[in-house]
Design a protein around this ligand. Structure first.
Ligand code: PNS
Length: 173
């Protein structure tokens, strides 16, 4: 029997409950879901690659058909290497649509074998983004309920770490 593998790519800086919501939804639709962390993003992340990988791993530990991996280079090349048929992306609001459409169509142009599947997170998370989580945490606000507890803890540690900038980077969602 054919197993359908999907890739859920992103920068996950940090993983939020919105990401987790989408991972749970995706895990019910696909036989296997690979949460794929982009290694070399143009963005300057708050959390290192290894920190994000470890947080993601913890977050999905109890979902049997979900794994976490990293990738470099083009998403379509990685997806084909993983025998994936689909890329999963979340759309929270109309504002996400333009960027996501552009990416989905460009990925289709690069490799028509790959389909992008959009899912909507629970409406509770429709205003939630990693960028806002970073900003709130850096400015001393509470992110309780917005991120998994282990991420909340890591954010507290990160803020108190000497050398961490006290202003969140603005260039990622
Ligand atoms: O969480 P993000 O930052 O919105 O995720 C963006 C991501 C990682 C999905 C996107 O930047 C990506 O796929 N990068 C890999 C390089 C690539 O394939 N670029 C062409 C996209 S059309």
């Amino acid at each position: 029997m054919k197993r359908v593998i999907a890739i859920y790519p992103g920068t996950f800086d940090p993983p939020t409950n919105g990401h987790l919501d989408l991972i749970h939804r995706g895990s019910k639709i696909f036989d296997e879901l690979v949460v794929a962390l982009l290694r070399n993003s143009e963005k300057t992340p708050l959390f290192t690659h290894d920190e994000r990988l470890s947080m993601l791993g913890e977050c999905v530990r109890d979902i049997p058909n979900v794994t976490v991996d990293t990738f470099d280079g083009l998403l379509v090349d990685y997806a084909i290497r993983k025998n994936a048929k689909a890329v999963l992306r979340g759309i929270r609001a109309v504002s996400d649509y333009e960027y996501e459409l552009q990416m989905a169509l460009m990925n289709r142009k690069l490799d028509p074998r790959l389909e992008t599947i959009f899912m909507m997170p629970a409406e509770t998370y429709s205003y939630l983004s990693s960028r806002l989580v970073r900003e709130i945490a850096m400015l001393g606000g509470s992110v309780h309920g917005l991120v998994p507890e282990l991420v909340e803890e890591k954010l507290k540690q990160k803020i108190n770490q000497p050398g961490t900038r006290k202003k969140a980077p603005r260039n990622s969602r």
